[in-house]
Ligand binder design. Structure first.
Ligand SMILES: *Cc1c(COP(=O)(O)O)cnc(C)c1O
Length: 431
């Protein structure tokens, strides 16, 4: 498969170069030249296949011969080594729980797949050593650290804002050791992000280290997210209802992968982009005007994005036609008060505990399904409630049970280096 830059169709790349680079040289996002269509028979027989076989069939043509089939199978096997259950919450509404991975966040799948792919390219070739440099406001760092832990030839350097990530998230970043280094930045997330961007443009650094990023613009993190929708469909097909998925969205990588799966033939009727107060896409669908704005802080902070980087891929999927996007995608925005309220309501009525992101997804679903019949709606639960413990316990007025993996983590020793400015980062990378 070839990939072109969304800034310039003439610039193309194979899978490996696109994964190693992250962004095209002209800073465009990579997009596949062709959307793979899967035969109807594949979907009819989905329940005869296991997770790995389903995922392999979905992604194989996007990778092509660049990773041999048997290696690709192994990478997928390791990537999907946990459960993806759709749990009935109430009549015709289910929660697709994506938080059963090692860091209890859906980003585990993309991070593991990228680590496997990049690890393979390093093992086979002449890339030399690679440094994955990433800024995190919370979940990305933990998933990336865990996914890349112990992968030969890769060093991971994670920048996170001091005092701005939860205790659990900080533990997930700073307790692994080996090839993972956590840099605690005296500043906010935007400062971390700026330093990372500057490093990518700094010849002193790039002449000495091959840098790559691991955020959701990278194909190897974006594409495997389509697996969730195939695995959910396998559990939902025999409901014989029209299917709608509501996706709590920040940078729109996850929902865009779901929409890609639909274009490949997966029988999904409609998508809802569930947004918090960061409502750029909600406004776009209302007005046909895309107007990015600065992000605002909310309790569903992984979605605090004012200019979602992957939305340009959503548009491309529909030939940049506003009317075509609108047929398949709805978007709604909810504030923190509505989010807290619905967490409490669903907990009192059903006993089901949602994290703030999943709760926004639930709200979006509810709004879309109002006055509609014949649907089964699924919202994506993108993080375990324990990752947002204080917010969740305050909202539901009850305790959340702490999973064993988190309990164990709490006893580990945090280890990070503190930096205050770009020169510190540069000094570290050149040392
Ligand atoms: C990253 C994240 C999101 C947003 O996903 P996008 O693909 O950026 O839209 C939602 N919820 C949680 C918990 C996340 O970590």
């Amino acid at each position: 498969m070839k990939y072109f830059s969304l800034n310039n169709r003439e610039h193309t790349s194979n899978f490996e170069d696109a994964v190693v680079r992250g962004l095209a040289p002209d800073k465009g996002l990579y997009f596949p030249e062709e959307i793979v269509k899967l035969p109807a028979s594949f979907f009819q027989e989905l329940n005869k296949l296991d997770k790995t076989e389903i995922a392999f069939n979905a992604i194989q043509k996007y990778v092509g011969a660049e990773i041999p089939d048997s290696e690709l199978m192994d990478i997928i096997d390791e990537t999907l080594d946990f459960e993806f259950p759709v749990v009935d919450v109430e009549e015709n509404i289910g929660s697709l729980e994506l938080f059963h991975g090692p860091t209890l966040a859906f980003k585990d799948v993309g991070a593991r797949f990228m680590a496997g792919s990049l690890g393979y390219f390093i093992k086979k070739g002449n890339l030399g050593k690679v440094t994955v440099l990433v800024a995190t406001s919370g979940d990305t760092g933990g998933a990336v650290a865990n996914g890349f832990l112990g992968v030969d030839g890769i060093d991971v350097v994670i920048l996170y804002p001091k005092g701005k990530v939860s205790d659990i998230q900080e533990k997930q970043l700073t307790t692994l050791g080996q090839n993972i280094t956590a840099l605690k930045v005296d500043g906010v997330f935007d400062d971390c992000q700026k330093m990372v961007k500057q490093a990518f443009l700094d010849k002193d650094i790039t002449e000495q280290r091959r840098l790559t990023s691991a955020n959701s613009i990278n194909l190897a993190r974006w594409l495997p997210q389509m697996f969730y929708y195939f695995l959910a469909y396998r559990q939902l097909a025999d409901k014989n209802k029209k299917l709608v998925f509501s996706v709590p969205s920040g940078n729109f990588g996850n929902i865009c992968a779901g929409m890609l799966a639909r274009e490949m033939g997966l029988p999904i009727d409609h998508f809802v982009a569930a947004n918090n107060a960061n409502d750029t896409v909600t406004n776009y669908l209302d007005t046909a005007n895309y107007k990015p704005k600065p992000s605002v802080a909310t309790i569903s902070n992984a979605m605090d994005v004012g200019d979602p980087s992957n939305f340009i891929r959503v548009l491309r999927l529909f030939d940049d036609e506003y009317s075509s996007v609108k047929k398949v995608l709805s978007a709604y925005s909810f504030d923190d008060e509505a989010t807290r309220k619905v967490m409490k309501k669903v907990y009192s009525e059903t006993g089901y505990i949602m994290d703030p992101h999943g709760a926004v997804g639930y709200l979006g679903l509810q709004k879309y399904l109002k006055d509609k019949d014949g649907y089964y709606g699924t919202f994506l639960e993108t993080a375990h409630p324990v990752k947002f413990l204080d917010t969740v316990e305050a909202a539901i007025g009850d305790k959340v049970e702490i999973p064993d993996v988190i309990q164990a983590l709490m006893d580990e020793q945090k280890k990070s280096l503190q930096i205050s400015n770009y020169e510190d980062l540069k000094g570290y990378l050149l040392s």
